[in-house]
Design a protein around this ligand. Structure first.
Ligand SMILES: Cc1ncc(COP(=O)(O)O)c(C=O)c1O
Length: 433
């Protein structure tokens, strides 16, 4: 793949990847829906010529919701692809065809496959990966499995997703203390503030790579270096980043990572992942456990319990298989497009959205600087739920958090859809009292 440098809408240099033929599906079926939906005076053809990554739009035909809606809510739920639909249909066919033997013949290898693909996306080895039904359950495996000993303090940010905090708050009766670092602007947390909070009683720093509330990208490399120097471990809640922003867990040297398929990985609900750094696996002994976490599970040795040697010791019981089929298909899409390319595209789209927001003087609650902002764009809005439902009536799907309207384009979105959402907001806000 060749690369060249171009100017993004806000003037920042971005890389444009020239697509390989195999990478994107045929362009012939690129939806015309957004090309019809024009909200500014710039001719469509002129804007298309200026827009990089146009080849990625060929993927749109794989996501039926994009033909029906202006879908800008991938940080809540990634769009369902025809490939994932076919994967889930295949799961049902195999169930009908083989009955229980589908487990041994096929489903077990499907689980191994999803583990391998996820490991590839984050730069891990498959034996360092466990699966869980959701991120909260994944966190419980680590929180009950990790003995922090004398270093009983857990440092996190008050912008982290509540479920991350609850894991350790629920263990306060076991002597765990949670130390929240307060965000000065409800948008960012300076890395130095988190670093200062780490002391010789801190056993773990548990925080997000991307804050769900603002899209801010934390400097995990710097934080981890410092935490390790102080003798603390680092756990990353990567739910709002995996599949959107490249990661190499080895280069970052993080100890644990949890994430799931619901959002940027486009695999829907029911599947989460846990990464445990190889040399820590033996130290994690979860009390939330079961036969899938035990060595030689098929020997059915009631009365003998030993943890497995690999990260699967953090698993408990029979997983839901349909989401694994859905995820095997969606992770293929992530790998084919490439997370680096997804980041280029989503950064460009989010920069474009931010520019339109700033032109209108609306208050942005995400960083203006695209280098530290993911593709979650938050706007300060009164009664955002009303706007969400008015937009939904126009076929535009976004989402809200208290006092905030949240727009989150993925690689399959278009600049025309950015135009659509902002011009719809122009109209809705003009008649608001
Ligand atoms: C950053 C982050 N962590 C965790 C969660 C919760 O995950 P789960 O419902 O799988 O426990 C969410 C959900 O939106 C999230 O955004």
């Amino acid at each position: 793949m060749q690369r060249k440098t171009s100017e993004s809408s806000n003037g920042a240099a971005i890389k444009i990847a020239t697509p390989s033929a195999k990478r994107a599906p045929s362009k012939s079926t690129t939806t015309s829906r957004t090309q019809r939906s024009v909200g500014t005076a710039t001719p469509v053809r002129q804007r298309q010529a200026a827009e990089p990554h146009r080849d990625l739009l060929a993927w749109r035909k794989e996501f039926p919701i994009l033909q029906r809606k202006t879908y800008l809510n991938s940080c809540s739920l990634g769009a369902l692809s025809t490939r994932s639909m076919a994967g889930m249909a295949r799961f049902q066919e195999l169930w009908n065809e083989y009955g229980a033997s589908a487990w041994y013949k096929l489903w077990v290898s499907e689980i191994a496959e999803v583990r391998n693909k996820f490991a590839q996306i984050i730069g891990a080895q498959p034996h360092e990966v466990a699966i869980a039904p959701n991120v909260s359950a994944a966190l419980s495996e680590i929180a009950t499995g990790l003995d922090l000993g004398e270093r009983n303090r857990v440092v996190m940010a008050d912008l982290d997703f509540p479920t991350l905090a609850y894991q350790w708050m629920a263990k306060q009766r076991l002597g765990i203390e949670v130390d929240f670092v307060e965000s000065p602007d409800r948008m960012t947390v300076p890395t130095e503030q988190l670093m200062e909070a780490i002391d010789n009683r801190t056993g773990l720093v548990a925080t997000s790579r991307v804050f769900y509330l603002s899209g801010y990208i934390q400097d995990i490399a710097k934080l981890t270096r410092h935490a390790h120097k102080q003798g603390a471990l680092v756990l990353i809640d990567d739910y709002q980043a995996t599949g959107q922003i490249p990661i190499d867990v080895k280069a970052l040297d993080i100890d644990f990572l949890v994430t799931g398929t619901l959002k940027w990985l486009m695999g829907g609900p029911g599947l989460a992942f846990i990464y445990v750094r190889e040399d820590l696996i033996q130290k994690v002994r979860p009390s939330v456990t079961g036969w899938w976490g035990s060595r030689d599970m098929f020997e059915f040795r009631t009365g003998v319990f030993e943890y497995r040697d690999d990260a699967q010791r953090l698993e408990a019981g029979t997983p839901a298989v349909a989401p694994i089929f859905a995820a095997n298909a969606s992770l293929d899409i992530v790998l084919e497009v490439g997370v680096e390319r997804i980041r280029e595209r989503t950064r460009w789209l989010a920069d474009d959205l931010v520019r339109r927001i700033q032109e209108r003087g609306w208050k942005l609650l995400s960083p203006a600087d695209g280098a530290v902002r993911s593709s979650i764009v938050m706007l300060s809005m009164e009664r955002p739920e009303e706007l969400v439902s008015s937009l939904a009536q126009r076929g535009i799907i976004v989402d809200s958090r208290p006092g905030r309207l949240r727009i989150s384009p993925h690689f399959y979105n278009t600049v025309e859809e950015n135009e659509l959402i902002v011009s719809a907001l122009d109209e809705l806000l003009a008649v608001r009292n």
